[in-house]
Ligand binder design. Structure first.
Ligand code: NDP
Length: 300
């Protein structure tokens, strides 16, 4: 790991610009989508939003905008929060059979009367652009996958773009969710990192984090990673997104799982929130949608 040290003075961490990397990825996706269109294949993404959660509505809007930028057709389905499982399963079945739909995304969270795992299991694995279906999870585990989950694969893209070496690096992932922590650990492992996964019952989180050359914070707890938990020169990737009730002392209304100002004095690389991992998640969703369209054109 490169420590950003000049003489005896530590330099501030290099900020990893997720917006710039996402723009590059989206541009590549757009070129690929245009190429497919010339061959009569039009990639399409169906996004299903259940209920009126304002944050979910913002995410869905962002996905629609990205589809337009990437020459991907988007289809939006908004269902009332009182929807029952039968209606949702029927919609998923319809989208599975619709040749115009290459990828299906069910925006989480779903209302509590819906069993999210049942809905994910109903999505055709070849249209599962989130890579949450058990079949796709299994393929990732054995390293023979069609899609990678958007947030972890976006992080791998940021790491590669920054020239950070994973092979042999000590990697600590804080969080073990199915959508971020576990697949993140697996992707780092595939690239030959030595991976430790931490969670809410981990003893002495701070000392484990201090061992990390690459630290991925996905605990969903505002500013849980403080400067004393970071090895000098480490790459710190902040997955958390927290909307604050009021602006902080820097006028920011959003923060991550990392205490950005203090940690950027110690780390070698750091992702900002916003503008780090978030834009990459959407860019990788676009990439997966185009991959799905290509796979379906070959398989059908
Ligand atoms: P979950 O709540 O599903 O998982 C959080 C994980 O963190 C759990 O494994 C939990 O442990 C662990 N954890 C909680 N508290 C602690 C603690 N004090 N010490 C160590 N580990 C802890 O969250 P997600 O994985 O879905 O998301 C994590 C964060 O990332 C959220 O802020 C979310 O909004 C954000 N996010 C951002 C995305 C982006 O595009 N930027 C995309 C997806 C998520 P345990 O398993 O023991 O409960």
């Amino acid at each position: 790991m490169i420590a950003r040290k000049k003489g005896m003075i530590w330099m501030k961490a290099k900020i990893i610009d997720g917006k710039a990397v996402a723009a590059r990825v989206k541009n590549e996706v757009k070129n690929e989508a245009e190429r497919l269109r010339q061959n009569g294949i039009v990639p399409g993404l169906a996004v299903v939003l259940v209920g009126d959660d304002p944050a979910s509505a913002i995410y869905v809007e962002g996905k629609k905008k990205a589809c337009a930028q990437c020459c991907i057709r988007s289809f939006e389905y908004v269902l009332d929060k009182s929807v029952n499982r039968e209606v949702l399963l029927e919609l998923v079945g319809k989208l599975n059979n619709d040749p115009k739909v290459s990828g299906i995304l069910i925006q989480s969270p779903l209302p509590e009367q819906i069993d999210e795992s049942e809905i994910i299991a109903a999505i055709s694995p070849e249209k599962d652009v989130d890579a949450f279906h058990a079949r796709n999870v299994g393929k990732i585990m054995i390293g023979k996958f069609d899609f990678l989950p958007c947030t972890p694969s976006g992080i791998m893209e940021l790491i590669a773009d920054s020239g950070i070496k994973v092979e042999g690096a000590g990697c600590v992932v804080v969080g073990r969710s199915n959508i971020v922590g576990k697949p993140m650990a697996m992707l780092l492992l595939h690239k030959h990192g030595t991976v430790t996964i931490c969670h809410s019952r981990t003893k002495d989180l701070a000392s484990l984090c201090r061992e990390a050359d690459i630290l991925v914070a996905a605990a969903g707890k505002p500013k849980i990673i403080t400067a004393d938990m970071v090895k000098p020169g480490a790459a710190v990737i902040d997955v958390g997104i927290h909307r604050l009730a009021a602006a902080d002392s820097n006028g920011k209304k959003i923060c991550g799982d990392v205490d950005f100002d203090a940690v950027s004095e110690v780390a070698g690389y750091i992702t900002p929130v916003p503008g780090g991992v978030g834009p990459m998640t959407i860019a990788m969703l676009m990439k997966n949608t185009v991959t799905a369209a290509k796979l379906q054109s070959v398989n059908h």
